[in-house]
Design a binder for this molecule. Structure first.
Ligand code: NAD
Length: 308
């Protein structure tokens, strides 16, 4: 009999890629209240979609029953939104994670994997970011992701529940929403480039990020979910830094766009440099299968299909 997995937030960008990955080899349940996700992301995916919130005890109980592995991705995902609504962020991200862990324990699940974030490192200028660095969360979003990691550790130590936290760096790929108020750089730049519209960059564009193709985020999630040994916190990135300006130029070149780059005033609180140390994840036996250039080509092709 194939294993049963639950993906919270499975109708979102990353969650829907994970659901697709598991659909042919496992019984997949998705619990998602469509706060920022879209049911259309799961079109053609063999899964049981339960529209509902992780904060709804009955919905969570129904979704988690029989699940061996739980991939907990449901969250308030935006830093600016978390600053505007800190209490709602804490309820959804921290309390929501506690409820998922409690329900997992009650249901006898084997493993919970949390989608955590590089935001936890804050604006400490040291690069690369190593998991053992002192966390310096600078937003309610980062604070709640750190609290989630601590909760996973607590349930592992106190109750023997299998847990792994993965700190994602800057994830990109098809189905990432360029229209959301809090959209990320890659989907915005591609959407603008395909229309030959100007691409806006805050500041000089010299700020660097570790962009990771969603294929490798999915692979890391599945690897952690299936592992008996991975119980700590792991960065997931390529360990390669790319400036925002170079990213915009690469997208313009790959799309053959006539877009011009325009510079806006720097954004307050923007982190200058962020790149992952990937040593811990690599020594756990995981290897990336994709790359930024493969990911960009795939994402541009997907955006072109949507536009056609
Ligand atoms: N995209 C990135 O670069 C990135 C980086 C670091 C961490 N993460 C984390 O990865 C996870 C997935 O992010 P994403 O980029 O796919 O965002 P997303 O917004 O596409 O996915 C989040 C999903 O969670 C769902 N959700 C929100 N509240 C819910 C609730 N109460 N109950 C059930 N479902 C709920 C949303 O509807 C959405 O489908 C998040 O936890 C995010 O914090 C993402």
């Amino acid at each position: 009999m194939s294993k049963h997995i639950l993906i919270t937030g499975g109708a979102g960008f990353i969650g829907s890629h994970l659901a697709r990955h598991f659909a042919e080899q496992a019984e997949v349940t998705v619990l998602d209240d469509l706060r920022s996700g879209h049911a259309g992301n799961l079109e053609g995916v063999r899964c049981r979609f339960l529209p509902g919130s992780i904060l709804d005890a009955a919905a969570l109980k129904q979704a988690i029953a029989g699940a061996e592995e739980i991939y907990h991705l449901a969250a308030m995902i935006s830093v600016p939104e978390s600053v505007a609504k800190p209490a709602e962020c804490a309820e959804l991200n921290t309390e929501g994670t506690r409820r998922v862990l409690e329900a997992a324990l009650t249901a006898g699940a084997r493993k919970v994997v949390l989608a955590s974030s590089a935001a936890i490192y804050g604006d400490n200028p040291t690069v690369p970011k190593v998991e053992s660095m002192l966390p310096e969360p600078k937003s309610p979003y980062a604070e709640t992701k750190l609290a989630g990691e601590k909760l996973l550790e607590q349930y592992r130590v106190t109750h023997g529940l299998g847990t792994t936290s993965l700190r994602f760096f800057n994830v990109f790929g098809p189905r990432q929403d360029p229209r959301s108020a809090y959209a990320a750089a890659v989907p915005i730049f591609i959407a603008k480039a395909l229309c030959d519209d100007p691409i806006s960059i805050h500041g000089d564009g010299g700020q660097t990020r570790d962009f990771v193709h969603v294929t490798d985020i999915v692979a890391a999630l599945a690897y952690a979910g299936g592992s008996k040994d991975m119980s700590a916190t792991y960065n997931v990135g390529y360990g390669r830094s790319q400036s925002i300006l170079a990213l915009a130029q690469e997208i313009i070149q790959l799309t053959g766009s006539k877009s011009k780059i325009e510079h806006l005033p720097p954004r307050a609180g923007d982190i200058r440099h962020s790149v992952a140390s990937t040593e811990r994840l690599l020594s756990a036996g995981w290897k990336p299968q994709s790359s930024v250039s493969v990911g960009l080509a795939e994402t541009i092709a997907a955006f072109r299909r949507l536009k056609a």
